[in-house]
Design a protein around this ligand. Structure first.
Ligand code: ADP
Length: 503
C-alpha cells in the first residue's frame, strides 16, 4: 500500500540548513574541507540531490584530531568539575528537544525514515541518552582497595583506583539512525571526559551537523567535539588509523569493522565495534499471537529492516506457523510505504541506490534459490529506493536470504516442531550474535531459551525496545563491547591503580 497524503511543510530553518553548502565543526570553527570538495546528499524518496556536505580527507582528520588532542591535554573539558560536565551534557538533551521538529525533518528527509518515527523515537531517545549519560559524570568513581602484600611484612599501604578518560576518541557512525547513533557515542565519551572526532555517514550527514550546532550552543568547549563529514576510505580510514587517537568506536558493517580493527591494531588502540546481525526471533505454539504477530512484524519492518538487530530469521512452531505467516504477511501488505515526510508513512525508502541494489539482489537470489513470497518481493513505485515489506517462506538453510544480513525489510519464516536443542542450533547457527526474541506464555521456557540464545540482547514477548540504561552490543562477529548502560564506560575509561606506602 502506498501513501498519498501531502508532505510535511519544511520549517524555514530546515530549508535554510539544506539550502546552504554545509561546513564541518573542527576546533569550534565551521570549516570546509581543505580540498574544497563537497559531496551530494540525496533524498532517498526521490533520488534527488537535496544538500551538499564537505568531503573531508586526511588533512581535515589531522586538524580535527589535533584539536581534540589539545582540548584533551589542556582544554577546559578535562578541568571542569564532573557536575559542570553533566550540566552541559544535560543541556544538549534539552536543546535536542528544543529543535526536535527541525531534527525530525532533517532525519526524514535525509535517511527516509517516517517523520512520525523520527519524532517519537530517534529524537526523543537521543535527548534521553544525553540526559542519562549526564547523570553518570558525577558517579564514575574508583575504589579503595584492601592490600595484603605478603613480601613487605609490617608495612601498610593505602591503595585506590582512579577511572580516567582514555583520551581522544574517534567515532565512526552509520546512516540507519544518524542522530541516535551520534548520541549513543557522544554521550558516554563526553561523560567520561574524553574528547572526540566523529565522522558522520556520507549518506546522512545532516542531523549530525545540526547536532554539532546544538553542542556548541550547549557550551561544549572548542575542540572537545569535532564533527566531520566524508567517505569511509578517504576520511574514516585515516581517522581510525591516526596515531593520536586512543580509542575507536565504530558502528557499521562487519566487513568494515574488521578493517577498523586491523587499522587500530598497529598501535593497539582500544576498539569497540557494533556490527551486523541476523537475529533469530522464535514464536512458540503457546505465544499470545496478538502480541507476537505485530511484534515480529515490527522486529523486521521497523526502520525498513535497516537495523543491525532486526529480527530477520523467524522461527515459528508448527502449530501456529500458518497463522503467524498469514498475520505478518497481512501487516506487510497493509503497511503504508511512502516518503519519510508523509506523516502517514509507516515505511520509507531504503537509504540509497547502493542499499536498494543490495536488497534487490537478495530478493532475486531468493527467487533463484526456490523461495516463496507470502508478501512483497519487489520494489514499490518507479522512483526512489522503495522495497515492499517482504515475508519469505519455503526457506532452506543454504539460502543466501537465510544466511546473510540483508539490511532491508525482508524476513524468512522457518517452521520448527519442538522447542529443543535443534531449534537452538538453528537459532545460533550464524556468525552474528546481536539480537534475538522469543514469544511464549510459559515463563520457564522463555527464560531458558533467552539464556541459550547467543546474542547481546534477547527480547521476550517484545522486540526492538531500547533504553539508555540497557547495554546493547554483540556476541561473536556482531562486535566488541557494549553501548549504553553503565557498561559503556568500560570502553571510555582506563582504570589506574594508585598505591601509597604508609611505612
Ligand atoms: P554500510 O555498509 O551499512 O554503509 P559501512 O560499514 O560501510 O556501513 O559504513 C559505516 C561507516 O563506516 C560510515 O561512516 C562509513 O563512511 C565508514 N567507513 C566505511 N569504510 C570505512 C573504512 N575503510 N574505514 C573507516 N570507516 C569506514
Amino acid at each position: 500500500m502506498t501513501t498519498d497524503a501531502p508532505l510535511v511543510e519544511l520549517l524555514p530553518n530546515v530549508k535554510a540548513f539544506i539550502g546552504e553548502k554545509r561546513k564541518m565543526l573542527i576546533d569550534g570553527k565551521w570549516v570546509t574541507a581543505k580540498s574544497g570538495e563537497f559531496f551530494e546528499v540525496v533524498n532517498p524518496a526521490t533520488g534527488e540531490v537535496i544538500a551538499h556536505a564537505p568531503s573531508g580527507g586526511k588533512a581535515d582528520v589531522d586538524a580535527a584530531v589535533a584539536a581534540a588532542k589539545r582540548a584533551f591535554e589542556s582544554g577546559p573539558w578535562g578541568k571542569i568539575t564532573p557536575a559542570e560536565r553533566g550540566k552541559i551534557i544535560w543541556r544538549i538533551g534539552d536543546l535536542i528537544m528544543k529543535y526536535q521538529e527541525e531534527l525530525a525533518q532533517l532525519e526524514a528527509l535525509d535517511n527516509g525514515k517516517p517523520i512520525s518515527v523520527a519524532r517519537a523515537a530517534d529524537v526523543v531517545l537521543a535527548a534521553e541518552l544525553f540526559q542519562y549519560m549526564a547523570g553518570w559524570c558525577t558517579k564514575l568513581d574508583g575504589r579503595v582497595l584492601n592490600l595484603s602484600v605478603p613480601y613487605t611484612p609490617g608495612v601498610e599501604y593505602h591503595a585506590y583506583t582512579r577511572r580516567e578518560p582514555v583520551g581522544v576518541v574517534a567515532q565512526i557512525i552509520p546512516w540507519n539512525f544518524p542522530l541516535l547513533m551520534a548520541a549513543w557515542k557522544l554521550g558516554p565519551a563526553l561523560a567520561s571526559g574524553c574528547t572526540v572526532v566523529m565522522k558522520l555517514a556520507e549518506e546522512t550527514p545532516l542531523s549530525g551537523l545540526k547536532l554539532a550546532e546544538i553542542m556548541q550552543e550547549a557550551g561544549v568547549p572548542d575542540g572537545a567535539v569535532n564533527i566531520i563529514t566524508g567517505f569511509g576510505e578517504t576520511c574514516g580510514a585515516p581517522l581510525a588509523a591516526h596515531p593520536d587517537v586512543a580509542k575507536v568506536a565504530f558502528t557499521g558493517s562487519t566487513e568494515v569493522g574488521k578493517l577498523i580493527a586491523r587499522a587500530a591494531s598497529n598501535d593497539l588502540k582500544k576498539v569497540t565495534l557494533e556490527l551486523g546481525g541476523k537475529s533469530p526471533n522464535i514464536i512458540l505454539n503457546d505465544a499470545d499471537l496478538n502480541i507476537a504477530i505485530p511484534s515480529a512484524a515490527n522486529a523486521i519492518f521497523f526502520n525498513h529492516g535497516q537495523c543491525c538487530c532486526a529480527g530477520s530469521r523467524l522461527f515459528i512452531q508448527e502449530g501456529v506457523y500458518d497463522e503467524v505467516v498469514a498475520g505478518i504477511a497481512e501487516i506487510a501488505r497493509n503497511m503504508k510505504v511512502g516518503p519519510g515526510l508523509d506523516p502517514t508513512t509507516e515505511m520509507g525508502p531504503l537509504v540509497s541506490q547502493v542499499q536498494f541494489d543490495r536488497v534487490s539482489g537478495f530478493l532475486k537470489s531468493g527467487i533463484d534459490q526456490g523461495a516463496s513470497f507470502a508478501a512483497g518481493g519487489a520494489r514499490v513505485g518507479d522512483k526512489g529506493y522503495f522495497v515492499a515489506p517482504t515475508v519469505i517462506t519455503n526457506v532452506r538453510e543454504d539460502m543466501k536470504v537465510y544466511q546473510e544480513e540483508i539490511f532491508g525489510p525482508v524476513v524468512t519464516a522457518t517452521r520448527f516442531k519442538d522447542a529443543d536443542d535443534e531449534l537452538l542450533r538453528m537459532a545460533n547457527d550464524t556468525i552474528y550474535g546481536l539480537g534475538g526474541g522469543v514469544y511464549t506464555r510459559d515463563i520457564s521456557k522463555a527464560h531458558k531459551i533467552a539464556a541459550r540464545i547467543r546474542t547481546g540482547t534477547v527480547w521476550i514477548n517484545t522486540y526492538n525496545i531500547f533504553d539508555a540504561s540497557m547495554p546493547f552490543g554483540g556476541f561473536k562477529q556482531s562486535g566488541w563491547g557494549r553501548e549504553m548502560g553503565v557498561e559503556v564506560f568500560n570502553n571510555y575509561l582506563e582504570t589506574k591503580s594508585v598505591c601509597v606506602g604508609l611505612g
